[in-house]
Structure formats: structure tokens, C-alpha cells
Design a protein around this ligand. Structure first.
Ligand code: HEM
Length: 405
């Protein structure tokens, strides 16, 4: 049976070539009935996979992040990162930093950016369609939209992308094997952003960078340059590479399983629900949440987790918990019964969730409306992928469409 027939018959996420994640940890012996894994950093961690338990750990402020970001700490990453990143902070300090981004990244905050996404998408599609009836959707369209929107949002001149984008790509999708190079590129991005924050490099006055700098004294104590860079790094990298990766995989999945694409062509009102279902099943990369350390003995339905233990709350697995999502591996575009955890949960829940949802849905709506005949131009198993330390995604999406008259 060829892959197209297999997908048509089952529409099971594991049948779409390359879409599913690969484990980055080693399963080891359970302790007191609790599953355990070995993280890439060599640490033993409890592995929680049930929806309710994952939610409970992510909600519980006794599971903390900061000790993981110390030399020799429990981690999926090959190195530590600046301690000012939101993800490296615990209560109560975390709330002081997070407050800075709440309004701009709320659903109503990102709604004002929708017209810009519409405009960017149409402009890129106009260019692509001019080429005839076949092209690379990734390099001509998708690769530009999140990054151009991110520059617009942050107030970064578009020309800067030639400098910083190759670096952020290495940071997010570079191979684990070359850690010194990965670190070198990361610190170049860090210093680039520091120059924007301190005004050594130019940015536009109405973008987030200058607004956050101007408002730094609204926080108590005032935000330092390092804290502003820590918060803005999430936007610079996540607002571009994270959205690009997931958007590309969502569109790839729909094209690799043409019956799914056709369902949306026939009923575009399904798009918001379909995006949620695909988000549920398509991980951003191989890592879901970052590990936590129990800062006290914590009892739960799992039993007792002792103070000092490392815990991995696996949202990939929770999103496939059959007690919450019946027949979990089947893609049901109209599934609408429970909230997936792909953006995490609790105080560290993804600050870019509303932005990602808005961008992915908008681009998809326009693609479905303008090019309903869109299809992959090569077999799905031949679409090339990059499998990075943090993210993984197709590197091109060759497509074709019925010529326009
Ligand atoms: C579809 C795309 C995305 C997915 C699947 C995703 C996933 C996640 C997850 C699972 C977490 C929680 C990690 C944990 O608890 O250990 C998280 C946190 C975070 N995400 Fe995203 N993300 C996406 C897009 C974005 C975007 C667009 C941005 C920025 C504009 C962003 C910035 C962040 C930041 C800064 C945090 C840490 C928040 C905190 O600690 O308060 N992400 N993301």
C-alpha cells in the first residue's frame, strides 16, 4: 500500500512521514511504580505522561526551573542559557518579568497584527503564483511570514534579518554535535539583541523593543538590560523559528494527507478547530516542556516525588492520553472536546500561543481560499527535513496547483 492510500484509510499521525517526534531520552527502570527516564544531561527524571498529572506538575510552583539552568543541571539542552529567560525563572520573580509581555501577547493584543499577516501572505502568494503551477511553498512564502511579522512587531529593520536569522536558525535547529559553534551563534544573537536594547543598533520607535525599554520603570525594581534581552529573546527566536516550524508542519500534514486538506476546502469554518487538533498532535520539536526540580516532597496521584527529584512533565504524551482524547493518534479535524497542552500549562505556559494560533490559522485560511487545488509535488516521504536540537521541520515544501485562468 503506498503512503497516500495508507493515510487516506487511517489519517493516523504516525503514518505521515517524519511528522512524529523522536525520543531524546532513554527509558530506564521505574521506581515505586513511577516511570523514569535518563535525560541527555545524564540525570534520572520521573516521566509523567498522563494528562491530569502533567497538568498538575506544570501548575505546582513547588516544581521549579532555576536549578536546571546551572552548570551540571538536569536538561535536554547541551548548555545553560541566560538566567534572565522567562523559562529559567521561578515564582515570584517570574511574574515580574512575565507581566511585561502579557498585554501584547494576549489574544486581543495579537489580533491587531492579523491584517499585517494577511497582507504579507497575499504579497508572497502573488509572487509564487506568478511562477506558474509549481514552486517551493516553504522558501517563497512560509519562510518569510513569521520573520517579517516578528520584525514589524519588535521594531527591527527588515535588513537585519540577513545577519541574525542564520544565527537563530542554528540556535533552534542546529545539530547537538557541534556545541561550541551553537554557543558561539547563540551569544552573537544575544549581543545583537543587547545592542538593540541599549540603542547601539537602530530599531523603530513603535516596536516592542523601544516600548519595553521606555516602560522599564513600571516594574519594581526596574528591568535591567539583561532582563529585557531575556524577555525579548523569546520573541526574537520563538516569534520566528517556533511559529515557522509548526506552521510548516501543519501545512505539510494537511498536504501529505489530501483528504484532510479537502475537508478544509469543503468547510473552511473547520480551520480554527483543525489547527487545534494539528497543534495537539504535532510537537514543536523533540522536547515538549523543560525539566523541573521538586523543591519539596510532593504527593500526587503518581505517589510521592521526593524533594530534589527531577521531573519531566511530557506534554507530547499527555496530548495523546486516550482517557482525555479518545483514539488519540487519529487526526479528527473537528475534535473539540478538550484543551491540548502543546503550549504548556501554568505559569510557564507559552507566551506566544495566541500569536502562533493567529498566524497559523490566518495563513491556512488564505491558502485554502486562494489555492484550493494545492498539493505536494513530490511524495511526502521525499520532503526534506531538518532534525535540530530543539526544533525539527521540513526544509522545503515543493507544491503544485491547478493553473489559474
Ligand atoms: C506553535 C508554536 C509554539 C509552541 C508549540 C510552543 C511551546 C511552548 C511550550 C510547551 C512552553 C512551555 C515550556 C515549559 O513549561 O517548560 C513554551 C514556553 C514559552 N514559549 Fe512557546 N511555543 C510556541 C511558540 C512561541 C512563540 C511564538 C513565542 C514568542 C513569541 C514563544 C515563546 C515562549 C516563551 C518565552 C516561553 C516561556 C514562558 C515562561 O516561562 O513564562 N513560543 N512554549
Amino acid at each position: 500500500m503506498n503512503i497516500a492510500t495508507k493515510i487516506k484509510n487511517t489519517i493516523n499521525v504516525t503514518n505521515i512521514p517524519n511528522l512524529d517526534f523522536a525520543s531524546v531520552f532513554e527509558v530506564t527502570t521505574p521506581l515505586d511504580g513511577m516511570a523514569r527516564i535518563i535525560l541527555p544531561s545524564g540525570h534520572l527524571a520521573y516521566h509523567l505522561t498522563k494528562y491530569q498529572e502533567v497538568q498538575q506538575v506544570l501548575m505546582d510552583k513547588r516544581f521549579i526551573r532555576s536549578p536546571c539552568n546551572e552548570e551540571g543541571g538536569a536538561s535536554f539542552l547541551p548548555t545553560i542559557t541566560p538566567r534572565e529567560l522567562l523559562l529559567n525563572n521561578d515564582a515570584p520573580h517570574h511574574a515580574r518579568l512575565r507581566k511585561v509581555v502579557v498585554k501584547d501577547f494576549s489574544p486581543s493584543g495579537v489580533a491587531v497584527l492579523k491584517d499585517k499577516v494577511v497582507q504579507l501572505t497575499h504579497a508572497r502568494l502573488d509572487e509564487m503564483i506568478k511562477l506558474g503551477d509549481a514552486a517551493d511553498l516553504f522558501s517563497l512564502v512560509l519562510d518569510h511570514i513569521p520573520s517579517e511579522l516578528d520584525c514589524y512587531l519588535m521594531g527591527i529593520p527588515l535588513e537585519d534579518r540577513a545577519f541574525y536569522r542564520p544565527l537563530t536558525q542554528v540556535v533552534q535547529i542546529g545539530a547537538r554535535e557541534d556545541i561550541p559553534e551553537l554557543l558561539r551563534q547563540f551569544w552573537l544573537v544575544y549581543h545583537y539583541l543587547m545592542d538593540l536594547v541599549t540603542g547601539r543598533r537602530a530599531s523603530y520607535p513603535d516596536g516592542l523593543i523601544q516600548r519595553f525599554v521606555a516602560d522599564r520603570d513600571d516594574s519594581t525594581p526596574s528591568l535591567t538590560d539583561e532582563e529585557l534581552v531575556g524577555v525579548l529573546l523569546g520573541v526574537l527566536i520563538g516569534g520566528d523559528q517556533n511559529i515557522l516550524s509548526v506552521m510548516t508542519k501543519v501545512i505539510y500534514a494537511l498536504l501529505a494527507a489530501p483528504t484532510l486538506w479537502q475537508s478544509l476546502v469543503e468547510d473552511p469554518a473547520l480551520i480554527p478547530c483543525a489547527v487545534e487538533e494539528l497543534l495537539r498532535l504535532i510537537p514543536i520539536g523533540n522536547i515538549s516542556t523543560f525539566p523541573r526540580i521538586a523543591s519539596a516532597d510532593v504527593e500526587g496521584s503518581w505517589g510521592k516525588i521526593e524533594c530534589g527529584s527531577v521531573v519531566y512533565a511530557d506534554v507530547h504524551a499527555a496530548n495523546r492520553d486516550p482517557s482525555v482524547f479518545p483514539d488519540p493518534l487519529t487526526i479528527q479535524l473537528n475534535r473539540n472536546n478538550a484543551k491540548h497542552l502543546q503550549f504548556g500549562y501554568g505559569m510557564h505556559n507559552c507566551m506566544g500561543a495566541a500569536l502562533a494560533r493567529m498566524e497559523i490559522s490566518t495563513v491556512l485560511e488564505i491558502l485554502i481560499e486562494r489555492i484550493p487545488s494545492l498539493q505536494l509535488a513530490i511524495p511526502a516521504e521525499e520532503v526534506p527535513w531538518v532534525h535540530g536540537t530543539i526544533l525539527r521541520r521540513p526544509t522545503s515544501l515543493p507544491v503544485r496547483w491547478a493553473p489559474f485562468r
